[in-house]
Every structure is written in structure tokens, then in C-alpha cells.
Design a protein around this ligand. Sequence first.
Ligand code: PMP
Length: 285
Amino acid sequence: MKVLMNDQITKRNDIIIDIEDRGYQFGDGVYEVIRVYNGNAFYLQEHITRLIRSASELKMTLPYNEERLLTLLNQLVAENQLIEGNIYLQVSRGVAPRSHQFPEHSEAVLIAYTYKAARPLSLLQNGVSTILTEDIRWLRCDIKSLNLLGAVLAKQEAVDAGCHEAILHRNGTVTEGSSTNVAIIKEGTLYTHPADNLILHGITRQIILECANDLCIPVREETFTVEQLFAADEVFISSTTMEIAPVTSIDQKTIGSGTPGPLTHRLQQAFEEKIKTLKHPGTEI
Ligand code: PMP
């Protein structure tokens, strides 16, 4: 497997991570996960725009410009001959003697690699079980930072309960999942938490809002409560890797009919159309 380290594409074994890398010691950095369908990085530009925003919120600058990054990531996908899978990309503030404040001199360290991953087709079709737990994360969840302990603990709680995802709430208001956004459908309207500091502004969430608009499904970017979550007609989670996954139960309580709902299904179909328009880079259009 080839790995992108700063601006060099090289072999994994040739990479050296410094023990004083701030990503390693403080989680001081940002990341993205980008889906590859049919050899094409899906919504790559949007992911890179979000990465640059996350970095800028942490007062970090990337080691080179956006155009170069897009070129190198496409090159990485091609060199690894990845057809279906993900790109993981992270940028740390760099290497410096360990001290909390920003170092006077450090250069961001960028690493990206790819891995094969099949689409979660059976979960998309049959839905997922979830738990509800408290959102104990910090107040800048809009920054896709390397610090993921709140999410890690919540996901483990879900896995320990035999579930796929933990849905998070702050004082009874649903925010998002540990690694997904959450939406509910009630009487034909889609509700999702506003894109503020309490949730990650998911790229998949954004695509879903576009699809809902195309399908004339009314959308309200408004907060909703735990009571509204349990009383929803349909609930789904979304992310780059999970796409649009229907939620069939929360804390063992059935949601709606207990099977994937009709509006979730229509959104899944609209999403599928977007994937289908992607051609393999070598294919004539
Ligand atoms: N919220 C959180 C906390 C996440 O970690 C993710 C996954 N990156 C998402 C939402 C979904 O974002 P996206 O659709 O951009 O993958």
C-alpha cells in the first residue's frame, strides 16, 4: 500500500512518525474520511473544504495548497488501484518538544492512505440498532479534530450493548451519533440538528438535504428532543461510510414500524443515483 506523507507518495514501511508529533501526543490535528466509489473520490472537494476549515479553526495551516492536495489524493487512489473503499487523511500541527501551547516553529505533517471497504449493503437494507447516551464531547464538534475520546467511549457503549451506533443527547436534545449525523422524519418532514458548533457538518448530511430538496421533502434544520426521537415515524443515521442507514431500534425500543421507512428509502435511492453518476476515472463519458 502506498501512503501520502506530506507531498511524497511512498511505501507504508518507509514512513517514520516522530514521537513528538503533536497529533500523537495531544490529538492536535484534523482529519477526513473520504469514500471512493468506482475508483472516484466522492465529494472530495467538499471534504477538503471542510478539512481546511477545521484546520483554520485550530489556527493550523496545511503544508501546501488545496489544488496540490486534490491532485495528490487522486494520484494516491490511482496508485493504490482502489476501486471501492476509503481515504483516511490527517494533518497534525507538526513536531515540537512537548508543551501545550503552539510551538513557535512547526510544520504541519500530512498523512493519507487508502483501504478497501465494501458498502454496508445489508445494514442499509435492514437498518441498524442503536443506543441513546449522553453527549459528553467538547463544544466544538464542528471541528473534525483528531480528539475523538467522547466518540470512542460512546461507540464502545453501543458495541457493548450489541448495537451499531450511539445516538447522543445534551440535556434531552439530540445532537448526532458518535460517528454519524442523525435525522428523524415526522409526518413527512425531515428534522436534523442545525449545523452549529454541537455537530459535525456532515458531507452526507449535506447531500441528504440536497436529495430531500430534489424530492420535495420538507426539511427543518431544528433541534429535536429525545421524546421526539422515540416518537418519530422514521430515524436514520448518515456518514461517509454508513451512507443513509435506517435506525430500527434505540435502547431496544422499536422505531416506527421497526423496518426501514419509506422516506428513508427514497432518500437512499436518490443518494444511489449520485453514486451511479460517478464513472471510473479511466472510463469514457
Ligand atoms: N458526525 C460525526 C461525529 C462524525 O464523526 C461523522 C463522520 N465523519 C459524521 C457526523 C458524518 O460526517 P460525514 O457525512 O461527512 O462522513
